[in-house]
Structure formats: structure tokens, C-alpha cells
Design a protein around this ligand. Structure first.
Ligand code: CA
Length: 229
């Protein structure tokens, strides 16, 4: 696995680097939120270990921003405290797992491997969506006219729709799901991206998948049944 360790305490960081390297993993370390943000932007990691307390930001804020930007890499959070409220907050913010320091190194390794396994299993699966294949790992839609790449936002928006095809999804619900609960920009961004997605559906040649506008409410993903049936 390629692991990013975000931890400002040099001893902990070295311990993690050494231990993970000995287990055969590739490790990058960084000691601030600013460096971490650069690292996740320019490299792909299989898992991220994120310390809650960093000198320039707290880990949870960092994670919230990344998830809002579409980063889907599994994150294991480390904290020195570890109240159940903290754990809940971390998991709700998008952490995939949580460990309290001091922790057992074997347990950390086992948890990282489990996260990685889960992520790879989820990522390789293609979901059938009407006459389209939704390739999550490649962020592609494959339809009768070929494969179409989706941007990160388009991908997240389509994923949100695909969770509950047919249901009305309000703008505010989509906004908070895709852009994050703390997004303060213009809510029209949803309409703009629905427009982009419709174009991508068209480019892929979708005949049975469309996004319908529900006036005054939001949108619905419509998937028509296969005509052969
Ligand atoms: Ca720390």
C-alpha cells in the first residue's frame, strides 16, 4: 500500500514510517495540514493516517474539506483523546476508522489493510445504471456511444443520484451531499452540474437514463426498464 502519514509529532511519525516500511508499504510523511493538502493533491494514496491535532489546523477540518472536494481515499484518524463524541464526529465527517493513541501497532496495520481491502473491493465494481455502466474506479460512464469521463463533482453528483434512483432529491440535499454541509456558495451550482451531467449522459448515448427536473423541488434520476423485459 502507498500510505500517507500526517502527524506532527516526530517520534510518532518516525514510528509509523518505520513500522509501515518494515511491513512492505511505501510511506510519505508530512507534519502540517498545509503540506498534507499538497501531498493529497499531487499523489494518489491507498490509505491516509491523519492525526487530529496538527499545528496549523485540526485534522477533522482538513478531512471535511477533502471530502467536500471529492477525495475518496480511506482515512484512519488518530487522536490522543478519544471520547465517543469525537469518534462519532470523525466518522460522520468522513473518516473510515479511528484509533486512540497509544495504540497497538499490529492493530493499526490490520485496520489499514481492512480499509484498503474494502476500498479496492468497492472501487472495482461497475454499477449498471439503465443502459449505462457506472465505472466508479475510473470515474467513467460507459454507454452505447462509448465511455465518458466524469469530473470529481459530476461523479459525486451521479453517485448521490444513483443511491436512490427515482426519488426526488432536493437542491439543498444534493448541495450538502456533494459540496459539503458548510458550502456557502451559490446553490445554483447544483443546476449547473446537473446540466453538465445531462450532457455526459447524452454523450454516453444513454437512452434509458435521464435526470428529470421536479419543479419547485429538485431533481430525480430516472432509469427506465429494459425494453426486452
Ligand atoms: Ca498531533
Amino acid at each position: 500500500m502507498k500510505v500517507l502519514v500526517i502527524e506532527d509529532e516526530p517520534r510518532m511519525s518516525q514510528l509509523l514510517r518505520r513500522g509501515l516500511t518494515e511491513e512492505g508499504h511505501t510511506v510519505d510523511t508530512c507534519d502540517s495540514a498545509a503540506r498534507a493538502t499538497e501531498s493529497v493533491r499531487y499523489a494518489d494514496y491507498d490509505v491516509i493516517i491523519l492525526d487530529w491535532g496538527l499545528p496549523d489546523a485540526d485534522g477533522i477540518t482538513l478531512l471535511r474539506t477533502w471530502r467536500a472536494e471529492g477525495l475518496s481515499t480511506p482515512v484512519l484518524m488518530l487522536t490522543a483523546r478519544g471520547s465517543s463524541g469525537e469518534k462519532v464526529l470523525a466518522l460522520r465527517t468522513g473518516a473510515d476508522d479511528f484509533l486512540v493513541k497509544p495504540f497497538d501497532f499490529e492493530e493499526l496495520i490490520a485496520r489499514l489493510e481492512a480499509l484498503h481491502r474494502r476500498a479496492s473491493a468497492g472501487a472495482t465494481g461497475a454499477t449498471a445504471l439503465g443502459d449505462l455502466q457506472f465505472q466508479r474506479a475510473r470515474r467513467q460512464l460507459i454507454g452505447p456511444s462509448g465511455a465518458v469521463e466524469l469530473t470529481s463533482r459530476e461523479f459525486q453528483l451521479l453517485s448521490a443520484f444513483a443511491e436512490r434512483p427515482g426519488d426526488i432529491r432536493t437542491r439543498s440535499e444534493l448541495l450538502s451531499k456533494v459540496w459539503g454541509a458548510h458550502y456557502e456558495g451559490d446553490a445554483n451550482v447544483v443546476d449547473v452540474y446537473v446540466g453538465y451531467l445531462r450532457l455526459k449522459l447524452e454523450t454516453a448515448g444513454a437512452r434509458r437514463v435521464s435526470i428529470a427536473t421536479v419543479r419547485g423541488s429538485g431533481y430525480r434520476l430516472l432509469v427506465a426498464p429494459s425494453p426486452e423485459r
